[in-house]
Write a protein that binds this ligand. Structure first.
Ligand code: FAD
Length: 414
């Protein structure tokens, strides 16, 4: 039986492990802390298939500057992190070039088009199909002017197959009576879904992968080794060395340093996000609500209403600034009156973000036997099962149903 080492037991690594097992592969999972927190546990729980446009500074004018000047605004960069962020930021600026923007949006849409179906199949296998709520999402705008400004993006989404329709103030109130009556216009994103609790899905999927025979090794991978072309492996910080037929790097925001150990280069940043979960408010909303002008979301998870957002660039090791969670909750109080805040839980997680918003999926162009699945940014839960399917197809030597060229790590060398 062929054997693969999967480094990283977040949702992406686990989906790839599960997919490999279904194709007859023996799996060793390596994680520095199987029970520890990770982006895959605390995220907003959205299966955000409509989100096929890359992050870009285009058309925002001075807005990013205003955000940066607000100490608790939606975007922040720690001063001492600026030199490290610079190459990533320069690459982000290229995203706005029309040809790049369309190419990236098309590649994101190709992944997202399959995402819900693949995710649902995975949930069914682990006995959690009932944890998926296919209720769409609602984006709300306080002004018609803000809605109009985002019209070109919506038209592109429609051209790429996203279904949406506009709703007026009365329809918003009928859809979500708990919202303050301040929204002029909204957009219903019909294909969006959300889950009960992302951490529960991670735990259950890991149990399933272990039940299917995966061997779990607790340890921090310090490098991927490829001494001979046939026996790739992983070196752990305590000196242990593991070998297999293939190694898959799926270590979220920590993946770039492992890729570097075999000579591959990726621009990857931790885009730190924050939230607060209110356990007593799980039924306040019917569906995920996106507050477009304020850059935050609220998702009615089974474990509570999760209010989150923010993009903080401060690297992997800086201490969390939970004032950001508090600031998001403060915003939510304006739009969701009388929130019961008892038992509120604050959280920070590392989105593994590339400057072009595309994940890295596929083989190392330099080192036979090494594959990558990381860099899913805001969409790692959404695209996890589809990423697993693509890696599975590559492992069995089949042609993946989606052309994986746009996701190759090789793009960072160009
Ligand atoms: C606030 C917030 C909201 C979000 N909302 C959504 C959403 O609504 N929908 C959506 O689709 N996505 C969302 N995301 C993004 C999503 O959470 C991530 O893209 C996804 O969880 C990334 O999964 P991953 O498995 O790649 O990484 P992780 O979950 O970070 O897992 C990486 C794993 O690798 C392990 N690891 C790292 N380095 C090593 C090493 N050297 N050796 C061994 N193990 C290692 C870690 O311990 C960890 O278990 C959100 C993220 C945040 C922060």
């Amino acid at each position: 039986m062929p054997h693969i080492i999967v480094v990283g037991a977040g949702i992406v690594g686990l989906c790839c492990a599960w997919s490999a097992q279904r194709r007859g592969w023996n799996v060793t999972l390596v994680d520095r802390d199987f029970e520890g927190d990770r982006a895959s546990h605390g995220n907003a729980g959205g299966i955000a298939v409509s989100e096929c446009l890359p992050l870009s500074l285009s058309g925002l004018g001075l807005q990013p500057l205003r955000w940066l000047l607000d100490p608790l605004g939606p975007l922040s960069i720690r001063a001492r992190h600026v030199p490290r962020l610079w190459p990533w930021f320069l690459a982000l600026r290229k995203v706005a070039e029309p040809a790049n923007y369309l190419r990236i949006a098309t590649a994101l849409a190709a992944l997202n088009k399959r995402s819900l179906e693949d995710f649902e199949a995975m949930l069914a296998d682990i006995g959690l199909r009932g944890d998926l709520y296919k209720r769409g999402a609602l984006t709300v705008y306080e002004s018609h002017a803000a809605f109009e400004r985002s019209a070109p993006q919506r038209e592109l989404q429609r051209a790429l197959g996203v279904s949406w329709h506009a709703v007026d103030a009365a329809q918003i109130r009928a859809l979500e009576p708990a919202l303050a009556p301040v929204f002029a216009i909204g957009v219903v994103l019909g294909d969006w879904a959300h889950v009960s609790d992302p951490a529960r899905i991670v735990r259950q999927l890991r149990e399933r992968v272990v039940a299917l025979g995966a061997h779990c090794v607790t340890g921090k991978a310090t490098r991927v080794t490829a001494e001979t072309a046939d026996i790739p492996g992983v070196l752990l910080s305590d000196g242990r060395a593991l070998g297999a037929d293939r190694v898959l790097v799926a270590a979220g925001a920590w993946s770039a340093q492992l890729a570097r150990s075999v000579g591959d280069h990726a621009l990857l940043e931790s885009e730190r996000g924050y939230n607060t979960t209110l356990p007593a408010c799980s039924t306040r909303l019917q569906r995920e609500v996106i507050f477009a002008q304020r850059q935050f979301v609220a998702t009615p998870l089974s474990i509570g209403l999760r209010i989150g957002g923010a993009a903080e660039f401060a690297g992997l090791n800086a201490a969390p600034n939970y004032q950001r969670s508090a600031a998001l909750l403060e915003l939510a109080r304006r739009y969701l009156p009388d929130l019961d805040e008892s038992g509120a839980q604050q959280w920070m997680g590392h989105r593994p973000s590339t400057p072009d918003s595309l994940p890295v999926i596929g083989p190392s162009p330099r080192t036979p036997g090494v594959l990558y699945a990381f860099g899913h940014g805001h969409l790692g839960l959404t695209q996890s099962a589809t990423t697993g399917e693509l890696i599975g197809a590559l492992l069995e030597g089949a042609t993946p149903t989606i052309d994986t060229t746009p996701y190759s790590i090789g793009r960072f060398r160009q």
